[in-house]
Design a binder for this molecule. Sequence first.
Ligand SMILES: NC(=O)c1ccc[n+]([C@@H]2O[C@H](COP(=O)([O-])OP(=O)(O)OC[C@H]3O[C@@H](n4cnc5c(N)ncnc54)[C@H](OP(=O)(O)O)[C@@H]3O)[C@@H](O)[C@H]2O)c1
Length: 275
Amino acid sequence: MEKVALVTGCSSGIGLETALGLARDGYFTYASMRNTSKSSKIEQAAKKENLTLKVIQLDVDDKDSIKNAVSQIVKEKNRLDVLVNNAGYGIFGCLEDISVEELKEQFETNFFGAVRLIHEVAPIMRNQKAGTIVNVSSVAGRIGFPGSPAYISSKFALEGLSECMRYEMAPFGINTIIIEPGVIKTNFLDSMRMPKSPRPDSPYKELTDKVVGGIKMMAQMGTPPKEVADTIVRVLKEKNPLPRYPVGNDAAMFLEAKKMKTDIEFENYLKKELF
Ligand SMILES: NC(=O)c1ccc[n+]([C@@H]2O[C@H](COP(=O)([O-])OP(=O)(O)OC[C@H]3O[C@@H](n4cnc5c(N)ncnc54)[C@H](OP(=O)(O)O)[C@@H]3O)[C@@H](O)[C@H]2O)c1
């Protein structure tokens, strides 16, 4: 039987590579994006390799657009084996410099966007008694550091949600996998938003600039997005996938250090490494 996958945020980066990777692996892949005028890159790549990939409109902030996309998939394929919750963005800025509204906007996409998709897709997977939901988190979903608490807390929330889902949904045949990329070379950093109204005299300016600069430097040696896509395609083949998979040497290094050290040792280590 033809396997069917839906990936969010496929206009660039990890989503684009993951949709292509799944299609290469034999999935009929719905590569979704909120703005389909950005579809030419993935469509050209799919056409060149004769892949079974279809672009559909899906804005994870918009419940109706999710409902339309999923009902199109059900109408056309009558099943969905894999959902990759990938769409996301980040907001820089220390907590005092960002508003509650900005925090809510960040969660709206990175956390509630995934929740909306899961609500729509889980009944289909339960009826099939099979399916896998891949939540693209981040190494920042396990490790807090200054300069981007909106983004980091949205990914921590996604990690917590994913852990709960593993217990709740596994009895119905639905597996949940968390992917934790380190710094990946995509449009992500260029798309990161700065606080809308930072205080001109912000006491956090120096720290924020330092962290932004440090991450931008790390990005020059970032891992290619195809490595994240290859990991997702590979773990989907595993009989008993692990709960979480870091991607990139930086992610592996930070997460290993977190495992080996006490909280306070780790804090001191991160201060030395990052700023
Ligand atoms: N790059 C990294 O270093 C890194 C590290 C860890 C985790 N991640 C995570 O990886 C995921 C993909 O990011 P990326 O690195 O591939 O960055 P990217 O190249 O900027 O791609 C982000 C994708 O998300 C889409 N998106 C944003 N808001 C959306 C919405 N409301 N509805 C639908 N799509 C939306 C973007 O669409 P538009 O083109 O329309 O903006 C784009 O397709 C994100 O969840 C990110 O948090 C990235």
